[in-house]
Design a protein around this ligand. Structure first.
Ligand code: PLP
Ligand code: COI
Length: 477
């Protein structure tokens, strides 16, 4: 036992030219470099948890920190660096074990506990991120294996970016969104991450970026989540750990062309419901002035640029008192999506969602809900466009997404007329299709396999869901 070291902060050290590894330990040059660090008033702080689980800090001299740690920096010119590589933390723990004088400097610190029940969908807390910067060779190749996963782990921090980075001007970038859950049995799981890996590959190709190999994507998200298990909400809290992988052109360009350097990164944040109302119905406004996508555009991938085109529409709708927008196709005839989520409605107990027209994001939650609903015995129409006229006859409406889970839609306003769903009720009736699917999806994600809401599903389906939808990161105990 002893201290668990969670982060090492080093301040005052400009490590740009600090390469003591070039010199023999204890040699004149080596000592001169260390002396330079000392004169520069470099300090180190170890963030630790003591044997009794109390968080705190231990101040240290920089020369007590292993050199391999000091050399692992994301921004070499900076004078403050923090380190979270597992090997660095283990080395610091070892030093503490052999240095009782240092350990006596433990100062406990107060940590504000996270209130899981009231978390908004926001960047609430993030400690560690994964970063890999790759160059594209002349032949278009990328050596993703050149960096170890461990060497990609850094504290959540700013990037150093060229002012001419492609992403800043021409928007070469895309992202993904997934959730990790602590299941009822204590397992830490991610919901259908292979689907995200594949969608991100498709997106990267469309944006002329190098696709991230599936293995690398999986290892990176796994490392980012397991580096900060304390941020994964407890089972049944209603919150989840949102995982945000992203890839962007970080290389400089002036002419419009693909970057030759790309940054792949993953950060996480514990989150609550996407819509303020939670599982209360949200009001939508049909958008006819703006469009998020069109034939041949990038609506079917998670391109950064898709989201900025929606900001004005969302701002105007929110200013007018609506929760979100309902996107139509370019002809303003068919319903495509609801904000950053897929749209569904229920007409006479049959479920409708737009076919994947190439202008709609193929949501992983959408696919899960279609499968789940069919397994419950509902008829699901997902092979045709969804006319607005049909939607306005529906009894229920909801949208689906990683962030949105299933969010009920209480009303849709179009041309000054409001259509209400769920019989105009402020709450979603317990016996509605929407409520049943919502509860079933959550039970699956949270691993409540005995929950009565799953009773209508066959054991073959449940077995397949466990096998194919639930990616177990870490089994309990
Ligand atoms: N549509 C858009 C535009 C989105 O951004 C998202 C979110 O990822 C979705 C739909 C839902 O997709 P998923 O269920 O895979 O999260
Ligand atoms: C998601 O559901 O993961 C999204 O990407 C939605 C949003 C936060 C952009």
């Amino acid at each position: 036992m002893g201290f668990r070291v969670t982060r090492i902060d080093v301040s005052g050290a400009n490590l740009r030219n600090f390469r003591p590894d070039l010199y023999k330990y204890g040699s004149k040059q080596y000592n001169a470099l260390i002396g330079r660090l000392k004169r520069a008033r470099c300090r180190a702080t170890l963030h630790v948890v003591d044997e009794r689980g109390r968080p705190g800090t231990i101040s240290a001299r920089v020369r007590d920190i292993p050199l391999a740690t000091l050399q692992h920096v994301l921004i070499p010119g900076a004078t403050q660096h923090s380190h979270v590589r597992p090997s660095d933390l283990a080395a610091a723990e070892q030093i503490l074990r052999h240095n009782p004088e240092m350990a006596r400097r433990f100062r406990s610190s107060r940590v504000q506990p996270i209130d899981w029940a009231t978390l908004p969908f926001d960047l609430n807390a993030s400690k560690v991120m994964f970063v890999q910067i790759v160059s594209v060779g002349k032949d278009g190749s990328v050596d993703w294996g050149a960096q170890t996963i461990e060497n990609g782990l850094f504290p959540f921090q700013d990037f150093a970016l060229s002012p001419a980075a492609n992403i800043l001007h021409y928007g070469q970038g895309g992202f993904e969104g997934m959730k990790a859950f602590r299941q009822a049995n204590g397992d830490i799981v991610i919901f259908r991450p292979y689907e995200n890996a594949q969608r991100m590959q498709r997106g990267a190709k469309r944006l002329v970026m190098p696709p991230i190999p599936e293995d690398r994507f999986m290892e990176a998200i796994k490392a980012a989540v397991l580096a900060q298990p304390e941020l994964i909400p407890p089972a049944g809290s209603g919150a989840a750990l949102y995982i945000r992988p992203f890839l962007f052109g970080s290389g400089p360009v002036l002419g419009v062309k693909p970057a030759s350097e790309y940054t792949f990164a993953v950060f996480v944040s514990p989150v609550g419901p996407y819509f303020k109302a939670g599982f209360q119905p949200t009001s939508l406004r049909v958008e006819t002035k703006y469009h998020r996508s069109g034939p041949g555009l990038t609506g079917d991938i998670k391109a950064d640029g898709n989201y900025v085109v929606g900001l004005m529409a969302a701002k105007e709708a929110k200013a007018a008192g609506f929760g979100e927008i309902l996107w139509l196709d370019a002809a303003c005839e068919n319903v495509e999506e609801a904000g950053a989520a897929n749209f569904f409605c229920v007409v006479d107990n049959e479920i409708y969602t737009s076919m994947l027209t190439g202008t709609i994001l193929p949501g992983i939650t959408r696919d899960s809900i279609i499968q789940l609903a069919r397994e419950f015995g509902y008829t699901v129409h997902d092979d045709a466009k969804l006319p607005l006229a049909r939607v306005l006859q529906a009894q229920e409406a909801f949208c689906t997404g990683t962030a949105a889970v299933i969010s009920p839609i209480g009303s849709i306003e179009h041309d000054g007329t409001k259509t209400a769903f769920f019989g105009g009720s402020e709450d979603v009736p317990e016996n509605s299709v929407t409520s049943r699917l919502y509860k079933a999806l959550l039970a699956i994600q949270e691993g409540r396999w005995e929950d009565s809401v799953l009773r209508g599903l066959s054991s073959q389906f449940i077995d397949r869901v466990k096998r194919e939808w639930i990616y177990v990161l870490n089994t309990a105990g």
